[in-house]
Every structure is written in structure tokens, then in C-alpha cells.
Ligand binder design. Structure first.
Ligand code: IPM
Ligand code: MG
Length: 370
């Protein structure tokens, strides 16, 4: 791998995106040296930055760069308060993020949620409920369901009365392929898979449960159970330690992954990998922090860069098969936390031996630990 060039499109986007991306690139440069890699990182605008630079949330040149790259390291897009006159279809969430997910067929979204023991104070649950630690992988289907189903529109019924329609739709192959991803990753972990659905009400839920059960027969070593999404949301709060891998359709996964991230201390700690289908020995991957643009703290050196940096680790592992590089980053993050570095979101004044640091200082501490 050392002779190959790792071609990475870095799209920082809006809000805290540019600041946390800077730290991830800093860390990647250290990994490049340490592992004798050749890393080509090309930056391009996306989101409101794309609209400002080229009039579109996903400028043609940015899309072209992505198509010519091995993977995308993404920041975050969307500033809810900016320019309400821009039509919803052209706003960054739909025109850039959802478009990229669809364009590259990124159907499998992996969101690893882990509460480091040093951060047990940032978890909103009592110590007893945290048990021996929270370690959950949310596997979220990312290109189907209510996000993309047609029809999707708002129409006039009669004067003054509007009707909004979103359509939840899944086919068996769509459920099968995400189920295989979930079972395969469960095999590499504690071999327990909880599939989330709403089979008591939704046709989609019944099909989801049937297909996951059938796929599960090929993985007799993985313990499978099913949970309705409302119960799943409650169980996450009551007893998060019962979960290993959580398999969810698109919208349920969106919701439960934020809930799970809060258990791990902060949304600023949650990386993600979105993967397409395997082609040869490669999968096209998209790596982003799950936390969003956080406009209230943008540009103030306050954001936690860990989710972005851990996303780069997932990129090394899933797009380039460089597990050692990924582990080096993950270990450096653990060390930076263990030695007391805390951005505001994970800081507690009751902790001894911890100090509040800014975005760049956290990045420096992690880079120094590689
Ligand atoms: C996420 C985000 C996105 C989603 C938004 C920004 C469109 O919440 O990645 O979880 O809903 O998928
Ligand atoms: Mg979300």
C-alpha cells in the first residue's frame, strides 16, 4: 500500500466543519509520515460554502473531484438560519449530503458509539446504568426508506389546505444487503444483533423483520433479536449495555444514533462511515462526524474535533485496509483523553487532572500521540 497514492476528497462544509477538518488533516499528515504513505488530500467547497463559491450546494467541480477520489472525508453542511428563500431541494442537506449518499450508493452507515471510562461524567445516565461501559455500533440503512421514497411532495388539497407526503419504501434486496453488513460486523464484535423496526404498525416493519430473520439463518453464530423502535429508544436509556449492534432503517437509525451518541458523552465524539457496494477489493466510502455544523460555536476554537479525526481513522480502515493506521489514531485519541484534554462538550469542573482545551489544542494533542 505504501507505493499507492491515497486520493482523498476533503469537503469541510459549513459551521465547525472547516475547523475540525483542519485537525483531521493535521493528524492524517502525521499518519502519512509514520506509515510511509502517500496521501493526496484535495479540498473543495460543499454546502453553503459551495453555494457561496459556485452557486450550488454541490458544485460540479466538487462532485467531479469526489468521482476521481478513492473516498470522501466530509465535515458537515447546513445552516438552518441562512437564507430561507433558497428552495428546500437546493439546500445543503438535500442537495449535497443526501445527493452524495445516493450518487455513490452509500447504503451502509456505521456509527460506533463508545463511552470512554474517563468520560463517564459526560454520560447523562447514572454510573450503575453505564455498567462496564457502553459500546454500541449503529448500522443505519442510508439510501432508502422515508428519506428517498417517492412520492415526496407537498400538494394543495383545496384552497388553504396543504398535504405533505413522504413515502417509506424498502425492497427485499435493500434490506438483505444492509442486514449482511450488520451480521458481518456483529461477527467481529460481541456477536449480538438487535434489529429495530415497527412491525406492529408498518408494512415496512413486517418485511424488515422477515428479511432480517431469513438473512440471520446464514449467521447462526450471531444472536439475533428484534425490537420495536419505541421500545428500542427506551431500552437505550434504561439498559444501553444490552446492545452490541443495532440494525436500523434510515430514519430510525438517524434518531437512535443521536440518542446513542448522547450516551457516549457528546455528539462531538461520534464518527461515521458510509459505505457503498464492494467493487473488487475496494468499497467507496464517505466519512463524516455525525454531529452537524454547530453554528453557535463555529469559528471560536471550541468544537470537539474528535468525531472528525475518528472518521479519518474509519477511512483508513474501510477504504484503504490500513487497520494499523486506524488503530494508531484511535489510540492517540484515547491517550489525549486519558491525559486530561477536554473540549467544552466533554469537560466537567468536578474532574481532577482535566483541563479545558480548544479545537486546535485537542488536534495537537492527538497528533502528538500518533
Ligand atoms: C445525519 C443528519 C442528516 C440525516 C441530516 C443533516 C440530513 O442528521 O447524518 O444523521 O438526517 O441523515
Ligand atoms: Mg442525524
Amino acid at each position: 500500500m505504501s507505493s499507492t497514492v491515497l486520493k482523498i476528497a476533503a469537503l469541510a462544509g459549513d459551521g465547525i466543519g472547516p475547523e475540525v477538518m483542519r485537525e483531521a488533516i493535521k493528524v492524517m499528515r502525521v499518519v502519512e509520515k509514520k506509515f510511509s504513505l502517500t496521501v493526496k488530500i484535495t479540498e473543495a467547497p460543499v454546502g453553503w460554502a459551495g453555494i457561496d463559491a459556485a452557486g450550488k450546494a454541490l458544485p460540479a467541480a466538487t462532485l467531479k473531484l469526489c468521482q476521481e477520489s478513492d473516498c470522501i472525508l466530509f465535515g458537515s453542511v447546513g445552516l438552518p438560519d441562512r437564507d430561507p428563500t433558497i428552495p428546500k431541494e437546493e439546500r445543503p442537506e438535500r442537495a449535497a449530503l443526501l445527493r452524495l449518499r445516493k450518487e455513490f450508493g452509500l447504503f451502509a452507515n456505521l456509527r460506533p458509539v463508545k463511552l470512554p471510562k474517563e468520560l463517564s461524567h459526560s454520560c447523562p445516565l447514572s454510573k450503575e446504568r453505564q455498567g462496564d461501559g457502553i459500546d454500541i455500533l449503529v448500522v443505519r440503512e442510508l439510501t432508502g426508506g422515508m428519506y428517498f421514497g417517492q412520492p415526496k411532495k407537498t400538494e394543495t388539497v383545496t384552497t388553504g389546505i396543504l398535504r405533505a407526503i413522504d413515502t417509506m419504501v424498502y425492497t427485499t434486496p435493500e434490506i438483505e444487503r444492509i442486514a449482511h453488513v450488520a451480521f458481518r460486523t456483529a461477527r467481529l464484535r460481541r456477536k449480538k444483533l438487535t434489529s429495530i423496526d415497527k412491525a406492529n404498525v408498518l408494512e415496512n416493519g413486517v418485511l424488515w423483520r422477515d428479511v432480517v430473520t431469513t438473512v440471520g439463518k446464514q449467521y447462526p453464530d450471531v444472536a439475533l433479536d428484534h425490537m420495536f423502535v419505541d421500545n428500542g429508544a427506551m431500552q437505550l436509556i434504561l439498559k444501553p449495555t444490552q446492545f452490541d449492534v443495532l440494525l436500523c432503517e434510515n430514519m430510525f437509525g438517524d434518531i437512535l444514533s443521536d440518542e446513542a451518541a448522547a450516551l457516549a458523552g457528546s455528539l462531538g465524539m461520534l464518527p461515521s462511515a458510509s459505505l457503498g457496494a464492494q467493487s473488487g477489493d475496494r468499497v467507496f466510502g464517505f466519512y463524516e462526524p455525525a454531529g452537524g455544523t454547530a453554528p453557535d460555536i463555529a469559528g471560536k476554537n471550541l468544537a470537539n474535533p474528535i468525531a472528525q479525526i475518528l472518521s479519518a481513522a474509519l477511512m483508513l480502515r474501510h477504504s484503504f485496509g490500513l487497520n494499523a493506521g486506524a488503530v494508531a489514531i484511535e489510540t492517540a485519541v484515547s491517550k489525549a483523553i486519558a491525559s486530561g484534554n477536554r473540549t467544552g462538550d466533554i469537560f466537567s469542573p468536578t474532574e481532577t487532572n482535566a483541563r479545558k482545551v480548544g479545537t486546535t489544542q485537542m488536534g495537537d494533542a492527538i497528533a502528538a500521540g500518533i
